[in-house]
Write a protein that binds this ligand. Structure first.
Ligand code: C5P
Length: 212
């Protein structure tokens, strides 16, 4: 069973995806890490973030088993990732990896921006997680502060808005709910309540499949 969890930055989609995977004993892939890893390598080599050939070459050489999640989760890396993620050739280069990951048994939870719309349009469960930019900025600030990064809430808010705009406006795989996605607004939910709401959605889909 494929579970596609999409949504904007700091919507808690990643935490929900991880918890759902643990709850249903499925494998989990945070697809944002792929774009972040490409962006980080490009920053380290002082490459332009629109260098198509370099981005594709770096993507082909990636080893997700060696991802350093803490380093990839840094704020600046997320920003750079949203630039490289607009390169169609890069998205094409990382598509097969994501599909192969999802297809291995016993099923998987993938989170990102385009899982339900592009990577697995046939996913059994699609959840699009949202929250207001204010709520997301507060969460991201708390996350970065606990990871020891200096934070300025106003700047984070501005970055979140800019990233939403860039991810939604790009020509390829824009951030948009798939037409058959279940919307889950987490603005007023803590993580336990959001998780219960996500499980309710999965259970309703499963019950519907059994009946159908
Ligand atoms: O989700 P996360 O913040 O780690 O993603 C970083 C960036 O990677 C996003 O802003 C987005 O531009 C890009 N991304 C994407 N498609 C995905 C996952 C992430 O374009 N499936």
């Amino acid at each position: 069973m494929i579970n596609a969890i999409d949504g904007p930055a700091a919507s808690v989609k990643g935490t929900l995806a991880k918890k759902l995977a643990a709850h249903y004993a499925l494998r989990h892939l945070d697809t944002g890490l792929i774009y972040r890893a490409v962006a980080k390598a490009m920053l380290e080599r002082a490459l332009r973030l629109d260098d198509v050939e370099a981005a594709v070459a770096i993507a082909k050489a990636l080893d997700p088993a060696k991802f350093d999640e803490a380093a990839l989760k840094r704020h600046g890396v997320g920003e750079a990732a949203s630039h490289v993620a607009a390169i169609p050739q890069l998205r094409a280069a990382v598509l097969a990896f994501q599909r192969d990951f999802g297809r291995g048994g016993p099923g998987a939870v993938l989170d990102g921006r385009d899982i339900g719309s592009v990577i697995f349009p046939q996913a059994e469960v699609k959840i699009f997680v949202t929250a207001t930019p204010q709520a997301r900025a507060r969460r991201r600030a708390a996350e970065l502060a606990s990871a020891g990064e200096a934070v300025n809430l106003g700047e984070i808010m501005e970055d979140i808005r800019a990233r939403d705009e860039r991810d939604s406006a790009r020509a390829i795989a824009p951030l948009r709910p798939a037409p058959d996605a279940h919307l889950l607004d987490t603005t007023h939910l803590d993580i336990d309540a959001a998780f219960r709401a996500a499980v309710d959605i999965v259970e309703a889909v499963r019950a519907g499949r059994k009946r159908g």
